[in-house]
Design a protein around this ligand. Structure first.
Ligand code: MTE
Ligand code: MO
Length: 328
């Protein structure tokens, strides 16, 4: 096991952009979100390895050179932090859109010959320490093995450049379509198992209470729920009455978004022009709006996923985002 030095050895969170600054389709690396619960492990490529064990016929440990022998593939994907695990219902817009490159997890697993009873993929990072009053040996997450058969990557590049230390250098998991919490950085171990992983990041945190469920059951924070942000106009913008203005933004969901609507001041939801989903990236929507009267108004957008889910009004991380503007 890799026992890396963490520097700093503490929680790091950066959310560089608010929605009206998300102008670019592809987010520059320096503008991407950063979240490290335990701190920042510093690992040299030569010291890194990835062990694959558990329910496999052929356990293996790969060096970085071994990883590079696999075919390189890329996916452009929105990358979203689910927000604080201590405040799971708080609406958040911690999101960016980046291109990841690396090796398909499915290929690595195939070479280890998974056993038929393997149902979950556990992934562990090289970081350890304390979060929320609990001490852990590693940051451990899990995902259903069926998802690993799709476009999950062991990634070593972001936007064509080597991962920076805070994004998981030298290699990390990327689970496109799942909240960022599942994409384990400084990936050092993959274990196939029959059950979900033990540990606070899979059992205690990152499990949402089910709506209208009195029995206290929860659902893992995996698939990204439909969400949208208005990029322009910006909050508090001044807009001229009787002139067309473009209301535009980004929408995303695991499996893609099929419809985005915009409402002005709580009025009817109007359909917007929505581009088709491409890869796993966020999708642009736009509406030409001619404000009629001079007033303070609030714009809102809501996305519907291919699965038919819609954004809630409030009380969830993907709640509708609103932009107050003034028409003069
Ligand atoms: N090993 C490890 N992986 C991790 C985390 C972590 O604390 N440790 N944080 C997760 C969370 S909550 C998010 S949102 C993403 C953020 O990835 P980024 O910092 O590269 O944007 O990493 C995830 N992977
Ligand atoms: Mo996160």
């Amino acid at each position: 096991m890799i026992r890396a030095k963490l520097d700093p050895h503490q929680y790091i969170r950066r959310v560089p952009l608010v929605p009206h600054q998300m102008q670019d389709r592809l987010t520059r690396v320096e503008d991407t979100i950063v979240l490290c619960h335990l701190g920042l492990p510093r690992i040299a490529r030569e010291d890194w390895s990835l062990s694959i064990d558990g329910l496999v016929a052929r356990p293996r440990t790969l060096s970085f050179a071994d990883l590079m022998r696999y075919e390189k593939t890329s996916v452009t994907s929105m990358h979203q932090c689910a927000g604080s695990p201590l405040a799971p219902r708080e609406p958040t817009q911690r999101v960016c859109n980046v291109t990841w490159s690396g090796v398909r997890l499915a290929e690595l697993l195939a070479d280890c010959e998974p056993r038929p009873n393997a149902r979950f993929v556990w992934s562990a990072g090289a970081d350890y320490g304390e979060f929320g009053g609990v001490s852990v040996d590693a940051y451990v997450k899990d995902l259903p093995i069926d998802r690993a058969k799709s476009d999950v990557l062991v990634a070593y590049q972001m936007n064509g450049a080597p991962l920076t230390p805070e994004h998981g250098f030298p290699a990390r998991l990327v689970v496109p379509g799942f909240y960022g919490t599942n994409s384990v950085k400084w990936l050092t171990r993959i274990t196939l198992a029959e059950t979900r992983a033990p540990g606070p990041f899979t059992t205690r945190w990152y499990n949402d209470p089910l709506e209208d469920d009195a029995s206290g059951r929860t659902a893992p924070v995996w698939a990204i729920a439909p969400q949208s942000v208005i990029v322009a106009p910006a909050p508090e913008a001044t807009i001229k009455a009787q002139q067309a203005v473009e209301v535009w933004g980004w929408a995303w969901a695991d499996g893609g978004v099929v419809q985005v609507e915009v409402s002005v001041d709580g009025g009817d939801w109007r359909p917007t022009q929505l581009e088709d989903a491409s890869d796993r990236g966020w999708q642009r929507f736009a509406l030409s709006w001619v404000p009629s009267k001079c007033a303070a108004v609030t714009l809102a957008s809501r996305a519907r996923s291919a699965r038919g889910e819609c954004q809630p009004e409030s009380g969830r991380r993907n709640a509708i985002y609103r932009v107050p503007v003034t028409v003069v």
